[in-house]
Design a protein around this ligand. Sequence first.
Ligand code: PMV
Length: 313
Amino acid sequence: MSTTARAHPNIALLKYWGKQDRPGNYPATPSVSITLDTLSTTTTIEVAPTDRVWLNEIEVEDAKVGAALEDWRQHYDIPSLSIKTRNNFPTAAGLASSASGFAALITAIDAHCELSLSDADKSDLARRASGSAARSIHGGFVTLAEPDWQARQLLPKKAWPLRVVIAITTIGPKAVSSSVGMERSRLTSPYFEAWVSSTASDYGTVVDAVTDRDFDKLAELAEASCLKMHALMLSSKPGLVYWHAATVACMHEIRALREQGLKVFFTVDAGPQVKAVCTEEHAKVVQQALANLPGVEETIQVGLGQGATVIDG
Ligand code: PMV
């Protein structure tokens, strides 16, 4: 008997980077994200004599999955498991595969082991494995903030059906993992405290822009949050440079399109890919413009997706 769950990656419009200095993997900053459709992680689990993990049909030693299971077993009765997980997009390329991965895994475990977890519990356990995974429990627009650091839906996807064009500039694993990079920034960047306090005060304004569906305001705030996070990354020692030439070319192109009146803004995570968030009306033109840039290998257009669900079992 097996159980299968599916979850989608999410991208932050207000970014989190850095952890609090206490156990439980609490983010140092609040965040606001959108969950995507089309891209997904599908995970099938069954009880097995020992824990074994397959990623895209290949058996792997995954230290993060091992650590998450060990942590979750301190709170819940979870047997040894065979875990077969598939991503329909490049793993570890700045497309948040850990977010969809841990959201799918805890959703499958909850159903398979009949743990009767609430969404808040699942979000809590997913966060302990990977901060951004807490947000993929929910669909649409999602917040992750104090006091409990459990993700909540801010707006369902139907309320504001934005599109996202992802420009893939390089396929391959990222240079420095987000957990290593975050710790480096906390310990070495002279800007870390300013990042934490200013992001805390940006949170309410981003929530308001989403609630009001104010695209221009959200564009301004989301690009500022992205650039501030990358300024923090660049100021770490040694500096974390996730951008490639094509990443910067996409950012300029997106700003030029906005100057021409298109509703579009960029965001970039811990990798070289660019996500252009836009209205449905302008998505096609945005995708064509990015696809034409030198160094852009591929573009993918997606919409907003739902939260993690059990699809079988
Ligand atoms: O929780 P992680 O390790 O997936 O880190 C996510 C960090 C960023 O994607 C760069 C920002 C964010 O809030 O998702």
